[in-house]
Each structure stands twice: as structure tokens, then as C-alpha cells.
Design a protein around this ligand. Sequence first.
Ligand SMILES: *[C@@H]1O[C@H](CO)[C@@H](O)[C@H](O)[C@H]1NC(C)=O
Ligand SMILES: *[C@@H]1O[C@H](CO)[C@@H](O)[C@H](O)[C@H]1NC(C)=O
Ligand SMILES: *[C@@H]1O[C@H](CO)[C@@H](O)[C@H](O)[C@H]1NC(C)=O
Ligand SMILES: *[C@@H]1O[C@H](CO)[C@@H](O)[C@H](O)[C@H]1NC(C)=O
Ligand SMILES: *[C@@H]1O[C@H](CO)[C@@H](O)[C@H](O)[C@H]1NC(C)=O
Ligand SMILES: *[C@@H]1O[C@H](CO)[C@@H](O)[C@H](O)[C@H]1NC(C)=O
Ligand SMILES: *[C@@H]1O[C@H](CO)[C@@H](O)[C@H](O)[C@H]1NC(C)=O
Ligand SMILES: *[C@@H]1O[C@H](CO)[C@@H](O)[C@H](O)[C@H]1NC(C)=O
Ligand SMILES: *[C@@H]1O[C@H](CO)[C@@H](O)[C@H](O)[C@H]1NC(C)=O
Ligand SMILES: *[C@@H]1O[C@H](CO)[C@@H](O)[C@H](O)[C@H]1NC(C)=O
Ligand SMILES: *[C@@H]1O[C@H](CO)[C@@H](O)[C@H](O)[C@H]1NC(C)=O
Ligand SMILES: *[C@@H]1O[C@H](CO)[C@@H](O)[C@H](O)[C@H]1NC(C)=O
Length: 432
Amino acid sequence: MASAHPNRPRPPAMLLLLALLHFSLGASKINCATPPDNSTDVLWLQAFKHGITSDPSGWFSSWNSSANHCMCSSSIGNLTFLRTLNLSKNSFSGRLPPLNHLQKIQVLDLSRNRLHDSIPDAITNCSSLRKIRLTTNFLVGEIPPKVGLLSNLSVLDLFANNLIGIIPPMLGNITSMRSLVLAANNITGSIPDELGKLTNMWNLALGQNMLSGGFPRCLFNLSNSLQILGLGSNMLSKEVPPNIGDDLPNLQMLVLYDNMFEGQIPASLGNATGLEWLVFKNNNLTGMIGEWIGKLTRLQRLYLQANSFIGPLPSSLGQLTQLRYLTLGNNKFEGPIPPLGQLTQLEGLSLANNKFGGPIPLLDQLTQLTYLDLGNNKFGGPIPPTLGNLQQLWYLDLSQNNLEGNIPIQLGSLTSLYKLNLSSNKLTGKIS
Ligand SMILES: *[C@@H]1O[C@H](CO)[C@@H](O)[C@H](O)[C@H]1NC(C)=O
Ligand SMILES: *[C@@H]1O[C@H](CO)[C@@H](O)[C@H](O)[C@H]1NC(C)=O
Ligand SMILES: *[C@@H]1O[C@H](CO)[C@@H](O)[C@H](O)[C@H]1NC(C)=O
Ligand SMILES: *[C@@H]1O[C@H](CO)[C@@H](O)[C@H](O)[C@H]1NC(C)=O
Ligand SMILES: *[C@@H]1O[C@H](CO)[C@@H](O)[C@H](O)[C@H]1NC(C)=O
Ligand SMILES: *[C@@H]1O[C@H](CO)[C@@H](O)[C@H](O)[C@H]1NC(C)=O
Ligand SMILES: *[C@@H]1O[C@H](CO)[C@@H](O)[C@H](O)[C@H]1NC(C)=O
Ligand SMILES: *[C@@H]1O[C@H](CO)[C@@H](O)[C@H](O)[C@H]1NC(C)=O
Ligand SMILES: *[C@@H]1O[C@H](CO)[C@@H](O)[C@H](O)[C@H]1NC(C)=O
Ligand SMILES: *[C@@H]1O[C@H](CO)[C@@H](O)[C@H](O)[C@H]1NC(C)=O
Ligand SMILES: *[C@@H]1O[C@H](CO)[C@@H](O)[C@H](O)[C@H]1NC(C)=O
Ligand SMILES: *[C@@H]1O[C@H](CO)[C@@H](O)[C@H](O)[C@H]1NC(C)=O
């Protein structure tokens, strides 16, 4: 598009905007000779310019409406053709533009600016909207229930603002919704049952809010679509429903950390064999982890720390060859560690603050390991010299166990080590 204006000065900010503003040009050519008109979209841009209070990248200060008419008017008609407006990753601050003039807009992305406004009801006049991204601004107030009238919306992403109020049940009317991201706001109330009508949704991210109530069983209606479910860091409680893995078999990420869930992790999750992330840390979960975990052969992250899990680990854990992070610390696990030698992708392993016993597990093949914390358990016997094979290690904590014998000289080859804690054991000999 910039090539259509060979004589136009092109400061970088203008080039960026030209790249980000997409007009549906059809077959028409840009012709600056035709007199400008007052299209609704130009009025819109003028109003937006008027509303913003800071424009460090200088686009609006370098923009004037006659220049813009030259760029966008004439044979294009007027900016009511605007289909996509992407002003993301700038430093616009102040108010949101008066959206009601952009009646054909399909994609609106004002993410990563410094907009401080509430989301206006007038957004519902942009009835062609398919994607709205307003992430990482300072938007305040409630999500207008009328957003539920945007029947073609497939992406609503309001991540990281200061929004309050409830999740409007009206959102359940937008059956074309595929991705709903309201994470990192201050949204309260329970998760409305109406979300169970969004049977095309694959990504639901509601974490880092103040949501309460139980696990949203309405989502079991989304069994064919839902792949990512993020509910971490809320105030959700009660049990995780036993049938979750059967009713949401396509889950790839289940993220429930920092809540107050209690009871056991349902064995049915073994049926959700596409799971890559399973994040339950910091809840009130209990019981043993069953052999079913071994069915999740795509699992990359298993975070179970800071719960009240008990018993020995299932031997099938050793089959999860894609695992990169395994954190089981701060529980009441006990018994010996099953063979983990096949977990060659493992980068972080924490078993700290449990009652695990037996010898230190054989880990010499886990050469990707950077973080190993076995502290405050009941491991006995010597420190295996083969720990010296773990050349990537920067954190090694074997403190508060019953380890005996010398510090193996091989540990001296761990040249990446940043933290080594062997305190409170029964080690003897020289420190060489
Ligand atoms: C556009 O609007 C301005 C002020 O609102 C007016 O002065 C001008 O005549 C209008 N131009 C056209 C082409 O309508
Ligand atoms: C803007 O474009 C639309 C669609 O072509 C047209 O109907 C309308 O008359 C134009 N508005 C003005 C003010 O020219
Ligand atoms: C506005 O654009 C017109 C036409 O391109 C140009 O002649 C004029 O100098 C511009 N004004 C400012 C303040 O940049
Ligand atoms: C807007 O542009 C940014 C940067 O080019 C891009 O990452 C983002 O996906 C775009 N937004 C939409 C909704 O396409
Ligand atoms: C929506 O558009 C209609 C018709 O263009 C207009 O009458 C109404 O005021 C607009 N609503 C809002 C909230 O801007
Ligand atoms: C919604 O999408 C359908 C199918 O693409 C289209 O026919 C319809 O015009 C759209 N509705 C609006 C209000 O844009
Ligand atoms: C959420 O609300 C609490 C208390 O009302 C407030 O302290 C906190 O700053 C708010 N957080 C955000 C992200 O708005
Ligand atoms: C939208 O949802 C609300 C509440 O869920 C419901 O009362 C209303 O009838 C729905 N409206 C439409 C147009 O479907
Ligand atoms: C499940 O989805 C269907 C549409 O596919 C809808 O009619 C029904 O109300 C939904 N049930 C729940 C509990 O949300
Ligand atoms: C966890 O459960 C215990 C006992 O069941 C209870 O006292 C405690 O308050 C719970 N903690 C949380 C964070 O819910
Ligand atoms: C789902 O998991 C449960 C518990 O592990 C098991 O009994 C059931 O047979 C599984 N269902 C399917 C369809 O695999
Ligand atoms: C080493 O481990 C002990 C026991 O777990 C702990 O009290 C101490 O703070 C740790 N030392 C360092 C430097 O982290």
C-alpha cells in the first residue's frame, strides 16, 4: 500500500500504521486527485485523535484529515469500508474511539496501549465484528452485556485490564465464539451457565480474576471443541467433577492453579489423552495420583505442588516421555521414586517438602535438567556420582535428607551450578 504513495513522506510511525490499517480496496486504485469527502470513518479517526491524550509514536500528530482523505478517500470511497483496524503495540492513551461509526469493521485490535476507558455500549453497532482484542490496557468498568449482540464475534480478548463486574450471561448468545479471554481483570461472581451454549469455543481463559463458585459444569457441553481451559488464580472451590476427562476429551491445557478445589484429581483425565498441561498447584486437593496419569503421553507440564496429595507415585509416571516440568513439592507424598530415566526432556523436577524415601533416583540420562530440588524428604544413602552428568543444572537442592558418605567429586564438573544446597544431611569427608 505504501508503494501507492511514492512521494509521500514516510516516517516509521506512518509506515507502521499503513501496515496495520487494512482497507478492503477491491480492485480500485488510490487516486488523490478526487476531492475528499467526510466519511464516517474519517470522522471516527478524528474523534479518536481528539480523545487520545498521549501519542508518543507520533502517528496522530503526523496525521491530518486532508492527508488521510488523500490516502483513503476518492475511488476507495470512504473509510466505512474499513474492515480491520490494528493499532496494537503503540502508546495511545486516553479514551477508546467512538466505535459506533465503524459499522463494517470486522477486526479491531487496540491491544497494548494505555487506553483508560470503559467499553462503550456503542460497540454493538459494529455488528460485523469478528475479532476484538483490547488486551493490556487500563480499561475500567463492566463488560457491557450488549456485547452479546455481536453475533459474528469469534474472538473476544480483554486480557489484562481493570474490568470489574460479572461475566455477562448474554455472552452465551454468541454461538460463533471460539476464543473468550477475560483473564487478568477483577471479574467477580460465578461462571455463568450460559457459556455452555458456546459450542464452538476452543479457548476459554478466565484466570486471574475473583471468580467464585464451583467448577463450571456447563462447559461439559463443549466436549467437541474445548481445548484450553484456564481458570487459575480465582476463588473456585469444591470438587473437580469426576467425569471431566470423559466430557472434555479434547483438552490440551487444564489450568486450575491457585484456587480452593478439593477432593481428588479425577481418574477420567486419563481419557483426555491430548493433555499437554495439567496445572493444579496450590489448591486443597488430596488422595493419590493413579496409574491413569501414564495414559497422558503428550504431557509436558505437570504441576501439583502445594496440595495435600498422599501415597507413593504411580510407576506409570516414568512413561511420560514428553514431560518438561514435574513439580510435586509441598505435598504429603511418600515412598520410593519410580524409575524416571526415560523422561529425557525433563528440565525441572521438584519433589521438595514431601516424605519421599529410598535412594536418590537415577537421573543421569536427564541431561536437559536445569532445576532439581529433592530437599526436605527422607532420601537416604549416598549422593550418586552420576549427578555430575547433569551438565545443565543450575539449581541443586538435596538439603534436609538422610544422605550419607562423601560429596562425590563429580559434582565439581557441574559448571553451570548457581545454587547448591546439601545442608542438613549426614554427609562426611572432605569438601574438595
Ligand atoms: C467536511 O466537514 C467540514 C467540517 O465538518 C466542512 O467544513 C466541509 O465542508 C466538509 N466537506 C465535505 C466535502 O463535505
Ligand atoms: C461512504 O461509503 C458508503 C459505501 O460506499 C456510501 O454509501 C456512503 O455514501 C459514503 N459516505 C459518504 C459521506 O460519502
Ligand atoms: C495536511 O495535509 C496537507 C495535504 O497533504 C498538507 O498540505 C498539509 O501541510 C498538512 N498539514 C499538516 C499540519 O501537516
Ligand atoms: C495486529 O498486529 C499485530 C502486530 O502486527 C499482530 O501480532 C496481531 O495478530 C494483529 N491483530 C489481529 C487481530 O490480527
Ligand atoms: C447505532 O447506530 C444507529 C443507526 O446508525 C444509531 O441511531 C445509534 O445511535 C447507534 N447507537 C449507538 C449506541 O451509537
Ligand atoms: C455474519 O456472518 C455471516 C456469514 O459470514 C454474514 O453473512 C453476515 O452478513 C454477517 N453479519 C454481519 C452483521 O456482518
Ligand atoms: C482488583 O480489586 C482490588 C480490590 O478492589 C484492587 O485492590 C486491585 O487493584 C484490583 N486489581 C485490578 C487488576 O484491577
Ligand atoms: C441473550 O441472552 C440472554 C441471557 O442469557 C437472553 O435472555 C436473551 O433472550 C438472549 N437474546 C437473544 C437475542 O438471543
Ligand atoms: C448445550 O448446547 C446446546 C446447543 O448446542 C444448547 O441448546 C444447550 O442449552 C446447552 N446446554 C447448556 C447446559 O448450556
Ligand atoms: C483446605 O482444607 C482444609 C481442611 O479441609 C481447610 O481447613 C482449609 O481452609 C482449606 N484451605 C483452603 C485454601 O481452602
Ligand atoms: C475413562 O476413564 C475411566 C477412569 O479411568 C475409565 O473407567 C473409562 O473406561 C474411560 N473411558 C474411556 C472411554 O476410555
Ligand atoms: C538450604 O536448605 C535448608 C534446608 O532446606 C534451608 O533452611 C536453607 O535456607 C537453604 N539454604 C539456602 C542458602 O537456600
